[in-house]
Unconditional design. Structure first.
Length: 372
């Protein structure tokens, strides 16, 4: 009878030990699944907005991912020797419980990694990436987006005046501003030749304001470069424009939201400009362009518009847009803006130029920002 009690006592002790280990494993699992708010690192300021758990300082019993607890490690070593000396197929109840607990913790950690997109802090190894690499990604982006001002500290603003050749009176207002301006003259207009010659006589550069096909197809000029044209038709049209405006040192697109996205068309345009040592100024009438890649292919100097300042006809609104262009130049070191040969736009520039010069803005020719 006492023997039976002793056996029952042993069974009860084993059961208590077993359930104790199970409860400990459950507690560890809960700790892994529900870390305290203080254990979470703030989500980085990035598009992914991931939560990265760097460490769990208040829970020393939670092992680092991939590392067993110290006491478990020693116990495993002892048990391995014991199994080797006796029978490898026999495993004590305590060892099974330890194994179960270890597996539970690892499974919990795996689930946390899967849920949060990261793991507990790992020790670096020479051949593995650091878990902190992801954490510094937002700072890397900020560094890459940070714009360096020119070494001389000057803020440069280039202004291109489009649609010349229609109205000589507003063009002459710009001539009297006393700042570097680039005039984009349209071919096939009543005053095309006169506008280009008069501007050039003032010692200022002229470019061709070449009409090109738009996405909508509305409001286009009678003669425009279209993607439906053959290579030779496009070349012929460009050559006609150059003949009308021989003073031109470059070209920009009038409309052209469709033509500038066509790889073939842009290659033909750039090959013609390259043969004459001319640059291309992308008016940016479409957010996507093939002009930059084609220009690079043919080694044509290239620049892209940053802002249209006169989408409104109101003088005060145009002044605000010119100021906005100056702010972009101040932020990035330089900027290019486009206005038009219109009376109110000319009046707005006449009002704003002295103000911007007083603020330290340096007006430059467009070509100086194309690398030409």
């Amino acid at each position: 009878m006492p023997t039976r009690k002793r056996r029952n006592s042993r069974k009860t002790g084993s059961h208590k030990f077993f359930w104790g280990i199970l409860l400990a494993g459950a507690a560890l699992t809960a700790a892994c699944y529900f870390p305290s708010p203080d254990d979470r690192e703030a989500a980085p300021d990035s598009e992914e907005k991931r939560i990265e758990i760097q460490s769990v300082p208040n829970a020393p019993d939670i092992p680092q991912y991939g590392e067993p607890k110290a006491q478990d490690s020693q116990a495993n070593v002892d048990s391995e020797h014991k199994d080797t000396d006796t029978n490898k197929n026999k495993t004590s109840l305590e060892e099974k419980v330890r194994e179960f607990t270890s597996q539970t913790v690892k499974a919990a950690e795996k689930q946390v990694r899967k849920t949060t997109g990261n793991a507990f802090s790992e020790k670096k190894s020479p051949n593995s990436g650091s878990s902190s690499a992801k954490a510094v990604t937002p700072d890397k982006k900020k560094t890459q987006n940070r714009v360096n001002l020119p070494a001389d500290g000057k803020v440069r603003l280039a202004v291109c005046i489009d649609d010349a050749g229609r109205d000589l009176n507003s063009q002459r207002v710009y001539e009297g501003l006393g700042i570097p301006l680039t005039l984009a003259v349209m071919p096939n207009e009543p005053h095309t030749s006169e506008a280009a010659a008069e501007w050039k006589s003032k010692g200022m550069p002229v470019i061709i304001h070449q009409p090109m096909e738009s996405v909508s197809g509305k409001g286009m000029e009678k003669i425009v470069i279209k993607d439906s044209m053959s290579d030779e038709q496009i070349r012929s049209l460009i050559r006609q424009s150059i003949q009308q405006i021989p003073q031109a040192s470059g070209m920009n697109n009038h409309q052209g939201s469709k033509a500038t996205t066509d790889k073939r068309v842009m290659k033909i345009v750039m090959s013609e400009l390259a043969s004459r040592n001319m640059f291309f100024f992308d008016s940016a009438t479409n957010t996507y362009t093939e002009a930059d890649k084609a220009a690079a292919l043919y080694h044509v100097p290239y620049a892209r518009n940053n802002l249209f300042v006169d989408n409104s006809a109101d003088v005060d609104a145009i002044c605000r847009m010119i100021q906005k262009g100056a702010e972009r130049a101040r932020k990035n070191g330089s900027a290019i803006i486009i206005g038009h040969c219109r009376p109110n736009t000319a009046a707005a520039f006449k009002k704003m130029v002295p103000k911007l010069k007083a603020e330290g803005i340096e007006f430059v020719y467009l070509s100086s920002l194309t690398g030409k």
